[in-house]
Write a protein that binds this ligand. Sequence first.
Ligand SMILES: [Zn+2]
Length: 78
Amino acid sequence: MSKIEKQLDICPPAYMGKGMNRENFVSTGHKCGYCKGNGWFWGTEEGSREDVRKPCPVCEGSGELDAIITVDWKPTNK
Ligand SMILES: [Zn+2]
């Protein structure tokens, strides 16, 4: 089992405009906690007794999730 640990450096970017500035970070390859990285569950189809693989509704079958981290830079109120 591999564990992903990432550290985010919070540092104001060199190029910013007036007022609020938004920065986005994307962290990929996080194991889906809902299906535990399988990407699917055993389920039953209506009208059938056979078990079928149903894709995980959270990760949509990929078994992994991407984390989108948004940082808003705003002037300090002093
Ligand atoms: Zn999942």
